[in-house]
Ligand binder design. Sequence first.
Ligand code: SAM
Length: 216
Amino acid sequence: MSDYAIARRRMVEEQVVARGVGDRRVIDAMLRVPRHLFVPEALAAQAYSDFPLPIGERQTISQPYMVGVMSEALQLTGGEKVLEIGTGSGYQAAVLALLARQVFSLERIPALARQARRILDACGFARVNVRVTDGTFGWEDEAPFDGIIVTAGAPSIPQSYRTQLAVGGRLVIPVGDRVSQVLMRVTRVSERDFREERLFGCRFVPLIGNHGWSEE
Ligand code: SAM
């Protein structure tokens, strides 16, 4: 086993499973995706550490545990169509690609989307769809989605995400102020009804856009 594979196994055991993520499919996906290829080369040695890392453009790749717990919260079984807001490095999208049938991911910063596209292609995730746009509008042409995951902190839940969620589908989104948020799961229980759960506190970079925060 390579040093990276050993570090990856330790990461999953000590940071993800030990803290309560039990979904076997999520665990297997995180064991498979080479996280060190999704971070800047100079940071590869830290890729399996227990914290987010900078990826340029003042953005981050999320902490491994957060990827595990958010992926689990979507309760995917393999046949779903999923939308991610905030492609960033592309790592979360790669994990989702192993958990769902189709993955669509939106990123507002072109340079990050380009880099994510390169790595996703190189790692065999060419079928992940990446688009550069303000993701606070969702991806109307591809809706409805069985899962929507927002990897940036929102001031409130954009209406487009509720509208674009399939009945039975789940939206996982950090909601709060610019610095700290609560991770929310919103389940569309019927055409008109949504169940909202507050999962736990978290800290994400801001969701910037028309239905998010304004640029500083
Ligand atoms: N999921 C990413 C990963 O696996 O590396 C981490 C995402 S990073 C914490 C948040 C990302 O959301 C940043 O890349 C940021 O540019 C992006 N973002 C912020 N507001 C956005 C918006 N309105 N639409 C699309 N992307 C947005």
